[in-house]
Design a protein around this ligand. Sequence first.
Ligand SMILES: *Cc1c(COP(=O)(O)O)cnc(C)c1O
Length: 351
Amino acid sequence: MSRFWSPLVHGLTPYVPGEQSNDDGLIKLNTNENPYGPSPAVLAAIRAAVTDTLRLYPDPHAEALRRTLAAHHGVDPEQVFVGNGSDEVLAHTFQGLLKHPAPLLFPDLTYSFYPTYCRLFGIDFRQVPVDAAMQVRVADYRQECGAIILPNPNAPTSIALSPAAIEGLVHDHAEQVVVIDEAYVDFGAESVVPLVSRHPNLLVIQTLSKARSLAGLRVGFAIGQRPLIEALERVKNSFNSYPLDRLALAGAAAAYADQAWFEETRGRIIASRDRLRAALLELGFEVPASLTNFLFARHPLHEGPGLAAKLRERAILVRNFRQPRITDHLRITVGTDAQCDRLLTALRELV
Ligand SMILES: *Cc1c(COP(=O)(O)O)cnc(C)c1O
């Protein structure tokens, strides 16, 4: 606390990310990072960008990357907005599209950056409870609101909605913006990017941090019809002309040129996830079927904080949330099979 702070800063409760450590001995299953590195083609493209041209500003419009993303998703480059991680794209979206007199709706169990952005930007919000099975029920969103945002699959529950359910929601709220945060969509769920051409109120956000294994490069993007994208550009151009540096622009585009690497690594993660879930179920955990790169597990006989602390003593990091309804859950990122086996060995001693 300081008397020099603005009233806004006094009122903030910042988001706290999972522990980030450089200790190689730790097994990091706490921040949903990809256990496999990015494509060698990405590293080569970044190295090739390390030249004298770093003295020049990068392209403020990221034209080449936007063309690559547009071609990959079958949309027009004018329908693509890029930012410094999807967190920045989300921040601009909250300010530019989700701040209205009526409250913004999102699930009670969801990405905890959403309420944080609402407090930062002074956005009124209402949380809609997920059901007893932790599923989002789109019918519960039929209420007066200014806009809606949902991750699909949802985090930290790992459960996905079908494109038909999302289209119903988008259709029910034709006068409001509906944002779908698809951070984990590449691990088995179906993207709603193909619905953008039919729905002027739908904005889809994706990241290169998870399935493309580039959390350290900070690249995310949004796809929507032109008026929504223009709102994001207006906010961005009032904030930072160059959110993506030259290395990020080069590396991100190269990630989409190596589709084989993407398919191979996400296939391995999906196989490890399903194997880890089966083993956790055998140990007595309750674990919903996941379409993400993490599992959301609860043991009926063990408290979450204690279990997380005992795993930490064994050099294994998992995420536990001090939040109603889910204090006893662990969010476990799917690592390599070897890392999953280390986790299972520890859990067999603990439960
Ligand atoms: C990881 C994550 C993000 C943020 O991704 P970055 O692109 O790394 O900022 C956004 N939304 C959800 C739901 C996430 O889990």
